[in-house]
Write a protein that binds this ligand. Structure first.
Ligand code: GLC
Length: 799
């Protein structure tokens, strides 16, 4: 038995001997002599919840993170009692609970230890606040790696780190700085090439220690609330991440335009300035779908008002922008200006919707408008009211998206940058202090905003973006990584943050391209946009106090490269949309760090820079000035260099040459990559063919393409098109089998298939077993085929 004198010295308490247990359907309760109860619930065969109380009974079970529609149900559950321990077995796992001290070990059915308690559950009583500081420590093996936890600005592999979760407005944060804006208390452990996950669903300030304080010990603890965590069995990371995402929920599809390029600055005003920006995009032919209005569009920063001097007729302006293909997105912050003449303030005051201090006064704090009160979004009635406030913006004025900021919540000119901890919250009928509600505040604001925008945008889809978030926020909103800086180091951070968010269930994320604070050089901006177009959310934003950050703020070379990469993103929209579909359907992360892509290759365990965009495109940013290429790891398999079409065999680190207008991009052999023509905005063009880039492979590969009406909810009624292409390549032939699902008929009638990397000359082509004529001369020049979209089998035969 391990004893920890240091912890005991601090006054830690431990469960004593188990004296009884009860089994009730999917849950088993273990009671100790000193009133600790451990409730183990089998959610699924591979997903087990552990909940502890030290007072002999549990408080109300309530979570903002868990999606009520998550899957549950198991195939097998057996509880047995042995002399020294109890055992719970499912069809995937075995969980052993020691009678003497309640320590838990989890095994797979082959008897391999997946995770075991070191000290296990222990706690410290909190005299000041009541309740406990709840702690858990697990034994960690040599070579174990850790991933996840949301927006942490540190290496992908968290081994050796201690991290803190407390939503914080961290302007110009630095590498390794803690804590940041978001709180996702979920991590993935990888040990012995097997992955598991832990989701510690506790909204208090939490900490995770991955062998930082003590070698071979992983621990996590919270300043209050319950020790309440879920163990998620892999063995693949994909199993862990998709189960976690199922548990905490998936978003709906965004409108396709939201996957286009967005332009933002603090702030574009007045109207003429906004129009100058949007016209310039069209003039320079750099695609753009969304233009943002930051806080200056409001009257004295009062949410839901307009500065009529800058924007005399917002409805007309928004309509004119829409005619040119621009969707207007506006910022809405939580701070409501204390102003007796201001309708939103008056109504909230009248209805008693603002957060209060412990002894009664309203929580007052300074934000952009000066002294503000703050709605308590943890009150369902307040959320309903807030949702209703969007009527004018969305229904009448025609705004298409809402940007929620400062919702950590941020307060200016106070040392802790946020509310005092005594502030009271409703917490959906579980009244509590800010200690418990702090980390969830931003998510509840985004949730209320989402419901409002959705209500008034219907039958179109809403678009919401938030800065602060807790696990589960992905059900309502996209996010960005906050106030970064225009430095090379921040480009490195952005790359990791977005990958990490992706495997933490919150994939619809991007960084402020070019950096928010300070001024990027043309080179840095270029390298950033080259990465940013491969992020699910793609927006340039800057604080505006150092000059401009539109592409044309730099020289023509930068403008041209920006156009080239934004064009590429627009071409890849069907590919991007398909990965979004796989995310909302199956919880599959849109970006896959290399370790996720191939966990059995230990070379991937400490990689940071390379990632898989979707399923078949490998991307690696250039992160240093004056680079003519870089070293990078190519994961196992065969990959085509996107720029040169030359084939590389992976499983090794190589040097890749690039020019200033390229970053390393590789396509998996056998892949079919769907492309649209370049459009200046989504829906600009009608086109009659879908381009398919087909990369030859000797062997098999599957590719899928999801499409629908690009907005609206018909897809939920089956009106979508889902194409599965199965490629089988041999030495002198290649076969494509096409399978279609869904009731949506795409507008185009044919495919233009680009043949890439074919080692043979094409002799003949058969469609559904019939030889078809093709223009050989033309084909040999252009290397593509045009075929009607209604085929089942396409057979390309070589000579
Ligand atoms: C915060 C946001 C930033 C925004 C600014 C003004 O700093 O993070 O994106 O531009 O506030 O609203």
């Amino acid at each position: 038995m391990i004893t920890n004198t240091e912890l005991e010295f601090k006054g830690d308490l431990y469960p004593s001997k188990i004296v009884s247990f009860e089994h009730d359907v999917d849950s088993v309760f273990f009671n100790t002599f000193n009133s600790v109860v451990l409730k183990i619930t089998v959610v699924r065969d591979s997903l087990i919840r552990f909940r502890y109380t030290t007072k002999g009974y549990f408080s109300n079970d309530f979570s903002y993170a868990i999606d009520k529609s998550h899957s549950h149900g198991y195939n097998f559950l057996e509880v047995t009692e042995e002399a020294e321990y109890y055992q719970i077995q499912t069809s995937k796992l075995k969980c052993v609970i020691q009678k003497i001290d309640m320590r838990v070990s989890i095994y797979d059915l082959n008897g391999n230890v997946l995770l075991e308690d070191e000290l296990g559950f222990h706690w410290e009583e909190s005299y000041e606040y009541g309740g406990n500081i709840v702690k858990m420590s697990k034994a960690s093996k040599d070579g174990e790696c850790f991933y996840g936890l949301g927006d942490k600005a540190t290496q992908m592999n968290l081994k050796g780190k201690r991290l803190e979760n407390f939503a914080t407005d961290q302007y110009a944060f630095q590498k390794d700085q803690e804590p940041l804006y978001k709180v996702v208390p979920f991590f993935i452990g990888l040990q012995n090439k097997q992955a598991y996950g832990i989701f510690f669903d506790n909204t208090f300030r939490t900490f995770f220690d991955f062998c930082h304080e003590r070698r071979n010990v992983t621990s996590f603890w919270a300043e209050g609330g319950e020790m309440n965590y879920y163990f998620i069995h892999g063995p693949q990371m994909e199993d862990v991440v998709t189960s976690y995402t199922d548990l905490t929920g998936k978003p709906e599809l965004p409108p396709l335009w939201a996957l286009g390029y967005h332009q933002c600055k603090w702030s574009y005003f007045p109207e003429s300035n906004v129009k100058e920006i949007t016209s310039k995009f069209r003039e320079l032919k750099i695609p753009c779908d969304a233009i943002y209005l930051d806080i200056d569009y409001m009257e004295g920063f009062r949410c839901f008002t307009w500065n009529k001097e800058y924007f005399p007729d917002p409805k007309r302006m928004v309509a004119e922008l829409a005619e040119d293909g621009f969707k207007t997105v506006v910022i809405i912050d939580p701070g409501i200006k204390i102003d007796k003449e201001y309708a939103v303030y008056k109504e909230a005051l009248e209805k008693d919707y603002f957060c209060k201090r412990a002894d009664g006064p309203y929580m007052k704090g300074k934000v952009w408008p000066g002294e503000c009160n703050f709605p308590d979004y943890t009150n369902p009635e307040v959320r309903e009211w807030w949702a209703g406030l969007f009527k004018e913006l969305i229904s009448d004025i025609g705004v298409k998206g809402v940007w929620n900021d400062m919702n950590e919540p941020a307060v200016m000119e106070v040392p802790n940058k946020t509310f005092p901890m005594d502030v009271r919250h409703d917490y959906d009928g579980n009244p509590c202090s800010h200690r418990k509600a702090h980390n969830i505040y931003g998510t509840q604001m985004a949730r209320a905003t989402y419901h409002g925008v959705k209500r008034f945008a219907y039958p179109k889809r809403p678009f919401i973006i938030t800065r602060s978030a807790y696990a589960g926020a992905q059900r309502y909103t996209s996010s960005w990584t906050g106030d970064n800086v225009a430095t090379w180091e921040h480009l490195w951070i952005a790359n990791i943050q977005v990958q990490r968010m992706s495997i933490s269930g919150m994939g619809f994320t991007g960084s402020d391209i070019g950096g928010f604070a300070e001024q990027p050089s043309g080179e840095l901006y270029t390298r950033w946009i080259q990465l940013g177009v491969f992020h699910p959310f793609c927006r340039t934003h800057s604080s505006g106090d150092h000059g401009d950050q539109e592409p044309w703020a730099f020289d023509t070379e930068v403008i041209d490269i920006t156009r080239k990469f934004v064009n590429l993103r627009y071409q890849l929209l069907p590919y991007l949309y398909t990965m979004f579909w796989q995310y909302i359907e199956e919880g599959i992360p849109m970006l896959k760090p290399l370790v996720y892509y191939d966990q059995s290759d230990i070379q991937t365990h400490y990689r940071n820079d390379e990632f898989i965009f979707g399923n078949q495109i490998l991307v690696c940013p250039i992160l240093e000035p004056n680079s003519l290429g870089r070293r990078m790891y190519i994961p196992r398999g065969q990959w085509y260099n996107y720029w040169t079409n030359s084939l590389v065999i992976g499983g090794k680190e190589i040097w890749v040459d690039t020019k200033f207008d390229e970053i390393p991009v590789f396509v998996k052999a056998g892949a079919i990559i769907p492309k649209y023509p370049v459009q200046q905005y989504v829906g600009e063009l009608e086109f009659d063919e879908l381009t398919l880039d087909l990369y030859y492979k000797e062997g098999k590969e599957k590719s899928v393409v999801y499409e629908d009406a690009q907005d609206g909810y018909d897809y939920k009624k089956g009106r979508y098109s889902f194409l599965t292409f199965r490629v089988t390549g041999k030495e002198k032939e290649l076969n494509i089998q096409l399978h279609k699902e869904g009731k949506y008929d795409t507008n185009y009638s044919k495919y233009k298939i680009n043949l890439i990397g074919f080692p043979f000359k094409v002799k003949s082509i058969e469609i559904d077993n019939e030889e078809v004529l093709f223009d050989r001369v033309k084909f040999e020049e252009d290397n593509y085929l045009i075929v009607g979209k209604e085929f089942n089998v396409l057979h390309i035969i070589g000579e």
